[in-house]
Design a protein around this ligand. Structure first.
Ligand code: ASP
Length: 434
């Protein structure tokens, strides 16, 4: 809730007010203003007001690449080679597989519900992918950049992801080296990327302070042009996402617990607290102490959870993956009046799974990764396009979607941790075992 400002005037009060509510208020104000404008026959905002929306879209675009670079390098370098052997490989594989299941469920929900808004188009021609020979073999080979700099400059997301993962993994080996020189320089390099990530987090929180204004203007444009009926389409997005979250819990987590011989009832009794904490805080990182306590209560050996839970909070984002699937579909259908092609869906599964590694466990990070996923399927979100407006609609309800996806992210970390611990004979409490 809002806190009374300690000092300063209206600006300080604005900063102190919860961002979540601010964005929702921005959404509502923008929608109301848009409906009023539409009713009075005004369908376009003056350029100087539109500019505030454009600034917001450009700010979001600005942070994508530095954000991926920082968090992917740090994420990959956090996997210590010593732990990788026993627990690590298994944990990383199960994390990636469950995230891939998440995107598939998200895409399935999207294909069933077909969430989309009917917006008056701004751009007519659809962007055509730069390469025409897009066979699966080309796509795989193209993941490897021939020039890291050009991958960064051209924002070729998959290539950037690939290089950052390789770089981060090699860095983790150097960090654990017995050679003092290598160890020191690796730790220093790690600290630089860690710092980059932290700085980007600060930039994101600054942009989020501006988000209510940006969202209000962009939503106002949407409603002024298209009328109030577009709100209904957002309800469908929310329903599709939350149903996806629920199905993932039942099928994927329920299935895993059953297969690994863990009592589902007992597990969820303990998982309840981190689930609720994550729902409220919208941060996997912030929920970490609660998730660790739940792991302890479940009888999971510290050797496993002390490694896998912090790693999971950084790289395992099943809820975010579902959200990416649903929202990417919404964006494409809204802007191009078509569903996703199989190639695009395959690419989204790959990108969103990898994006989950690069999504920081903080509120709203998934929404920025959504912009990255769109860039990855050759549909970058450019200011002043229908895509930017549709994206703003998603951002307007992001807080709500984030609550559900974070709760799922955290539950996923705990489920995978319990399963791996059971497999290694490191889940000690008999009452939890079948
Ligand atoms: N808030 C999410 C988390 O902390 C990340 C996201 O925005 O998807 O897990």
């Amino acid at each position: 809730m809002s806190q009374a400002p300690k000092k300063g005037g209206i600006f300080q009060a604005y900063l102190n007010f919860n961002v979540l509510y601010k964005i929702l208020i921005g959404l509502v104000i923008g929608a109301i203003a848009g409906v009023i404008l539409a009713a009075s026959g005004v369908t376009a905002l003056p350029a100087w007001i539109s500019m505030f929306g454009t600034i917001f879209t450009r700010l979001l675009k600005m942070i994508i690449i530095p954000m991926i670079v920082g968090s992917l390098v740090v994420g990959a370098a956090s996997v210590s080679p010593a732990t990788v052997g026993k627990v690590g490989i298994r944990v990383v594989i199960i994390y990636l597989l469950t995230s891939a299941c998440g995107v598939i469920i998200g895409l399935l929900m999207a294909n069933i519900f077909q969430p989309h808004a009917v917006l008056e188009a701004i751009e007519v021609a659809e962007k055509v992918p730069a390469t025409t020979d897009q066979t699966i073999w080309n796509i795989i080979a193209n993941i490897i950049p021939t020039s890291v700099l050009s991958a960064l400059v051209n924002e070729t997301v998959l290539q950037v992801i690939f290089f950052c993962l390789v770089f981060g993994l090699c860095l983790s080996y150097l960090k654990a080296s017995t050679d003092e020189r290598l160890k020191t320089i690796a730790q220093t390099t790690y600290n630089v990327f860690d710092c980059l990530t932290e700085v980007m987090m600060k930039v994101v929180s600054g942009i989020m302070q501006y988000a209510p204004i940006g969202v209000a203007v962009l939503i106002c444009e949407v409603f002024a042009k298209n009328g109030p009926q577009v709100a209904g389409s957002l309800v469908i997005v929310v329903v599709a996402c939350f149903l996806g979250y629920a199905i993932h819990i039942v099928l994927v987590y329920g299935g895993l617990l059953k297969v690994f011989g863990i009592k589902i009832g007992k597990f969820f009794k303990e998982a309840r607290t981190p689930f609720i904490t994550a729902f409220v805080t919208r941060s996997s990182n912030g929920t970490l102490p609660t998730t660790m306590t739940a792991a302890e209560n479940l009888g999971i050996d510290k050797e496993v959870y002390a490694f896998s839970l912090p790693l999971g909070a950084t790289i395992n984002m099943d809820g975010t993956a579902i959200y990416q699937g649903v929202c990417a579909f919404f964006l494409v259908m809204t802007c191009y009046n078509r569903t996703l092609t199989f190639g695009e869906m395959g690419m989204i599964v790959l990108l969103a799974t990898l994006a989950s590694i690069g999504t920081a466990g903080v509120p709203g990070a998934g929404a920025i990764m959504l912009a990255m996923v769109m860039a990855g399927i050759n549909l970058p979100i450019e200011a002043g396009t229908t895509l930017a407006l549709a994206y703003a609609m998603i951002l307007g309800i992001d807080a709500l979607l984030d609550m559900g996806r974070t709760a799922l992210n955290v539950t996923g970390d705990l489920t995978c941790t319990a399963c791996i611990a059971k497999k290694l004979g490191l889940l000690k409490k008999d009452s939890v075992l079948k």
